[in-house]
Write a protein that binds this ligand. Structure first.
Ligand SMILES: *Cc1c(COP(=O)(O)O)cnc(C)c1O
Length: 220
């Protein structure tokens, strides 16, 4: 068995039952995705609309596709028809555009709101106040906000990562206590990547997004 197969099996063994593995296949060829699929993996994520739209038709139809990259409103039609969850909604403008697309296509689209967590590398994401305000004025009939996503600062200092994940986990709890009506829907916390997923699991991640540890260094 190859490395990818073994890695999928490893995650299936070590992850607590409430944590789902999202295999991040961006910059990896279809053959590698099929290797993970052969090990039973069904949830995959991509981060670039063009690459996403090109890969989906080449792969088995029972794959559950996630989108985790920055999304511009003029690229929605490449992504929304195929996606089961968008993790990376980072502006009100994008949320409104997704809602309009979904309404005119007779769909409901599941999303997470991205909380900007400290690091300078990514400027994307809402502040805590913005997330509370979006949810307070929620008037989106075709978008379902399933929870929050965050990317910790890219650092070896796990104390920083720990603080950032604690902050986003606390915000999920706060939203659920302010909005009891969201009890059944606002349940997801997407945190944790190759270098910090054990910390994310400790903070109650329901999904971890793993690329490098499964597939190796990105190929293109
Ligand atoms: C690329 C990417 C990942 C996966 O990162 P690895 O360190 O390779 O596991 C996770 N989340 C997002 C948003 C990404 O862009």
């Amino acid at each position: 068995m190859g490395r990818i197969y073994e890695k999928i099996q490893y995650f299936n063994e070590v992850l607590p039952s409430g944590v789902r593995l999202i295999a991040v296949s961006k910059f990896h060829p279809v053959e590698k995705i099929l290797e993970a699929y052969g090990a039973g993996q069904r949830r995959f994520a991509e981060s670039r609309p063009q690459e996403f739209a090109a890969k989906v038709p080449l792969l088995p139809p029972d794959i559950e596709w996630h989108f985790i990259g920055h999304l511009q409103t003029n690229k929605l039609k490449l992504v929304l028809p195929y996606v089961s969850l968008i993790h990376s909604v980072d502006s009100l403008h994008l949320l409104e555009a997704i809602d309009r697309w979904a309404a005119s296509n007779g769909r409901q689209i599941n999303v997470l709101l991205e909380l900007h967590l400290g690091s300078e590398e990514t400027k994307h994401g809402f502040s805590e106040e913005e997330i509370l305000s979006v949810l307070a004025h929620d008037s989106f009939s075709n978008v379902i906000v399933k929870g929050l996503m965050g990317m910790a600062t890219n650092t070896e200092d796990m104390d920083i990562v720990d603080r950032e994940f604690a902050k986003i986990a606390a915000l999920v709890r706060k939203v659920r206590s302010i909005h009891p009506e969201l009890d059944d829907t606002f349940t997801e916390l997407s945190i944790g990547m190759t270098d910090d997923w054990p910390v994310a699991v400790r903070h109650g991640a329901t999904m971890i997004r793993i690329g490098t540890e499964i597939f190796g260094p990105r190929e293109y």
